[in-house]
Design a protein around this ligand. Structure first.
Ligand code: ADP
Length: 332
């Protein structure tokens, strides 16, 4: 039986954080044994936000080294740069012709920018480039190009994937057959929205992230900044409304969680202690990955080689798909 296909990407817009790890990278890597995996660095998507070449290049290496340090084996999963698979942009142009503008008007990221502009009494489209506006179409092309069945992502991408499915279905309807595979999101309940230092969704754009591979001293300092309420040490505390505990849970075993819950409820535990316990657990979890990451990021030539080999193989698959699709559409 043909193996199903999993595909997902990370934007090189900054240092990968634990939201990216638990929301996308870890679940994606767990799929590798049962799926044909295609994991990419979404570097054209990043251009909407990053226009400094040095910054883009650095962030690309960071995302690639993160995938590899977290366990991506390039022999078992394709890892590539979106920019090195130009068939993506060919497909994206085709999909644009099947995408109602109204669908894009409803995209969360675009709507949030318009809302902010209106609140600030600016022109509604101030700062909105067409790359941002049509982002969901390019994302649809990324996954549809590889006949993707499932896309492991965080909750924030659910709407984009609904749009990708809508676009694929509208192409299929037009040609009266399944020329495109309709992708489905794979969103894990326990990690669908990892919270940041301030309790909001962790995101590079909110400046509330916990970078995955931060050095221990800096990491400890950062974790001490997690926002808490003003309860005293003596007071019993509720773990389920506490952001420190929400992050602790990501790294802890069931037993560790039970232990920690008891400490919260008993009283006599201050926020400083809870943060220190989180630091120790996270640092222990991350240390072996960080060591791998530091070695990988130090050898950029090796990363380049892995990415260009992966991109070459990805292109072979993409070229076949586009030739077949273009025939269906009447281009040959
Ligand atoms: P960011 O949101 O930090 O700019 P990306 O858009 O590149 O990062 O997201 C890469 C992947 O990480 C996506 O699958 C996204 O859903 C996931 N992700 C990002 N932030 C979180 C979060 N806070 N919780 C869960 N998953 C997340």
């Amino acid at each position: 039986m043909k193996r199903k296909i999993a595909c997902t990407g990370i934007k090189p817009t900054g240092t990968p954080h634990i939201g990216n790890y638990f929301g996308a990278i870890k679940p994606a890597l767990e799929l590798v044994k049962d799926y044909d995996a295609r994991y990419f660095i979404a570097d054209y998507h990043a251009l909407n936000a990053i226009k400094d070449p040095k910054q883009l290049r650095e962030a690309t290496y960071e995302v690639a080294a993160t995938w590899l340090a977290c366990g991506l084996d390039p022999e078992k999963a394709l890892v590539y740069r979106q920019s090195q698979v130009p068939e993506t942009f060919d497909l994206s142009t085709i999909l644009l012709a099947f995408t109602p503008k109204g669908l894009m008007n409803r995209a969360h990221a675009y709507k949030a920018m318009v809302q902010e502009n209106l609140e600030m009494k600016r022109d509604p489209d101030d700062g909105v480039n067409m790359g941002l506006f049509t982002y969901p179409v390019l994302m649809a092309a990324d996954v549809i190009l590889f006949d993707t069945d499932v896309v492991p992502v965080g909750q924030d991408q659910a709407q984009h994937l609904e749009m990708a499915a809508d676009i694929a279905q509208s192409v299929n309807r037009n040609y009266g057959k399944e020329v495109l595979t309709v992708p489905q999101p794979l969103i894990q309940e326990s990690t669908k929205t990892v919270t940041g230092l301030d309790g909001r969704k962790m995101s590079k754009s909110y400046n509330n992230t916990i970078p995955l591979f931060m050095e221990p001293k800096k990491l400890r300092k950062l974790l001490m900044k997690i926002v808490t309420n003003s309860q005293t040490v003596e007071e019993p505390k509720d773990p389920d409304t506490c952001n420190i505990f929400a992050i602790y849970k990501l790294f802890a075993t069931e037993e560790q969680q039970t232990e920690m819950r008891k400490k919260y409820r008993a009283g006599g535990m201050g926020w400083g202690y809870a943060k220190q316990t989180l630091f120790e657990l996270m640092n222990e979890y991350i240390t072996p990955l960080r060591e791998k990451y530091n070695k990988i990021i130090a050898d950029k030539e090796c990363i380049d080689k892995i990415l260009s080999e992966g991109s070459k193989r990805a292109r072979e698959i993409a070229t076949l798909k586009m030739a077949k699709l273009k025939k269906e559409l009447g281009y040959s």
